[in-house]
Design a protein around this ligand. Structure first.
Ligand SMILES: NC(=O)c1ccc[n+]([C@@H]2O[C@H](COP(=O)([O-])OP(=O)(O)OC[C@H]3O[C@@H](n4cnc5c(N)ncnc54)[C@H](O)[C@@H]3O)[C@@H](O)[C@H]2O)c1
Length: 226
């Protein structure tokens, strides 16, 4: 698997391809062209071809991609058969919404528990996901083999909570707080900042109102920030 050579922007699009290919496979479709994928996913066909070229020889030019083969390839590549358990810390407004959402479009990620320091939140399930006190974190992440956490605590609690999570073995944090976290180099942080996304959108609308949007017009949060 050429996993290490794949650019992050491509890696982020692979689950989109995977989900759509699963649908095609379910209805018995055997071949798909990059143009057809482009129409549905709103990703430029050249980008799709480039993405797939990182994965090796998957299709002949002008002949399209074999859906079953591509799906199997992406399943292995994305390890879709393995479920990754995730915890969420900070079951407030945003945390509760994310627990309810629970990444239902992905078969391979699952929030197994929420954590909060507020005793009023503890012990109350959110859509069948249990909410524990922080002192249960160590036990729960060991039990479910968790290495990824979603952070939705207030800004002033973000750094200390991240440090606690890391000390308990968390290696990846999806950070919804505005804090820019300082973490050891072996820990990966992905920042999701809706304010920046909204401001960027408004900036482009104001400054380039007549632009042919091209690929920029199709940007989503899956775009790599860096
Ligand atoms: N990224 C975004 O686009 C976006 C959008 C909205 C909110 N936010 C951020 O997400 C965070 C949560 O926002 P919210 O509106 O849900 O806030 P909230 O106050 O409703 O929820 C925060 C929760 O964290 C808990 N908490 C506080 N300190 C804690 C600690 N040390 N350990 C464990 N739990 C703790 C609180 O008890 C509360 O339940 C904030 O940092 C906010 O700025 C981000």
């Amino acid at each position: 698997m050429p996993e290490n050579k794949i650019p992050q922007v491509t890696a982020k699009r692979l689950p989109l391809y995977y989900r759509y290919l699963e649908k095609l496979h379910a209805i018995g479709k055997q071949r798909i062209s990059s143009a057809d994928l482009s129409d549905v996913l709103h990703i430029d066909p050249a980008t799709i071809r480039r993405d797939f070229s990182y994965l090796g020889e998957l299709g002949k030019k002008g002949y399209g991609y074999n859906v079953t083969y591509l799906l199997q390839f992406l399943r292995d590549f994305l390890k879709q058969d393995e479920v990754t358990n995730v915890v969420l810390v900070g079951v407030g407004n945003l945390g509760t919404a994310l627990l309810k959402y629970n990444f239902y479009r992905s078969h391979n990620t699952k929030i197994v528990a929420g954590f909060d320091k507020d005793p009023n939140k503890v012990g109350k399930d959110v859509d069948d996901i249990p909410v524990y006190s922080m002192d249960r974190l160590s036990e729960v992440i060991k039990l479910h083999n968790v290495e990824v956490a979603i952070l939705t605590v207030p800004l002033n609690a973000a750094q200390s909570t991240a440090e606690f999570l890391i000390s308990e073995g968390i290696r990846g944090i999806l950070n919804f707080t505005p804090a820019r976290l300082s973490v050891p180099p072996n820990v990966r942080i992905h920042n999701i900042d809706l304010t920046i996304e909204l401001q960027t959108l408004i900036y482009f609308l104001k400054n380039f109102p007549e632009d042919d949007l091209g690929e920029n017009g199709k940007e989503t949060l899956t775009k790599e920030e860096s």
